[in-house]
Design a protein around this ligand. Structure first.
Ligand SMILES: [Zn+2]
Length: 248
């Protein structure tokens, strides 16, 4: 009898091992796919202070507002293609970007637009300058995220902070930097974003600002000067504002 129990136990353990192997394989396959689709994570589109969040104004505010200085560079949050770049009475100067993930991002009230329809752009490209054109009180970027196409009823709008990370009104955000992502998002049928493995989007890029040196960046990004030069194929220590550096 004891022999029998032993045999059953061994069989159970073996079955468990096999299923773990199987599940393990499945899991890594899945996360590899997500990595490819989500790439490096989004970056904040501009320097400034969060002045309004998603869903305010009786649910009518379908984006977030980042208040800042006039002509603050506005960056593409991810690689993509410019779908629209025009002037609208409400949005003012506005740029729409379609991303490989099928998301569409909208950058409104720009003082200047730097990109044209159909242009292929990289994450971090300066697509315009912050302003207050259209229906805007005060200089700010109104930023929207749509899981599929933009529609007049904004049916596919999603809180951008679900991807960029949570930021409260009054909080300062830094353009070009990917922040911590707290929310798990499984809303899109196209992509499944941010599982536990992706809970922290690592800061892989740094946008150079006035007064930065390779040394100061190396300290804030916790990487050596030589490594930054190597990653970015820099032959000298010269860097210029708005230059995007790999820091990982
Ligand atoms: Zn707004």
């Amino acid at each position: 009898m004891r022999d029998y129990i032993k045999r059953v136990l061994i069989a159970l353990i073996m079955a468990l091992c096999v299923s773990l192997l199987f599940l393990g394989g499945k899991h890594s396959e899945a996360s590899m796919k997500e990595d490819k689709e989500v790439k490096d994570g989004w970056i904040w589109p501009a320097d400034g202070v969060i002045s309004d969040t998603y869903g305010t104004r009786m649910g009518k505010h379908k984006g977030i507002d980042i208040a800042g200085k006039l002509n603050t560079p506005v960056l593409a949050v991810e690689d993509g293609k410019v779908e629209k770049s025009y002037y609208s009475n409400t949005y003012g100067n506005v740029v729409f970007i379609k991303h490989p993930s099928h998301f569409v991002t909208v950058y409104a009230h720009l003082n200047k637009r730097n990109v044209y329809k159909g242009q292929i752009i990289k994450q971090g490209t300066v697509i315009g300058k912050m302003g207050k054109t259209g229906q805007a009180t005060g200089t700010h970027l109104h930023f929207e995220t749509h899981q599929q196409e933009w529609r007049y009823d904004k049916k596919f709008a999603l809180d951008p902070e679900k991807i960029l990370g949570k930021a409260e009104t009054g909080e300062t955000v830094q353009g070009g930097i990917a922040s911590r992502v707290d929310d798990v998002l499984e809303a899109s049928t196209h992509i499944k974003l941010l599982n536990e493995d992706k809970a922290i989007v690592k800061k892989k890029q740094y946008i150079v600002r006035q007064g930065d040196t390779l040394y100061s960046i190396s300290r804030t990004s916790n990487i050596s000067v030589n490594r930054i030069k190597e990653l970015n194929h820099l032959s000298t220590d010269l860097i210029k504002p708005n230059q995007i550096l790999k820091v990982k």
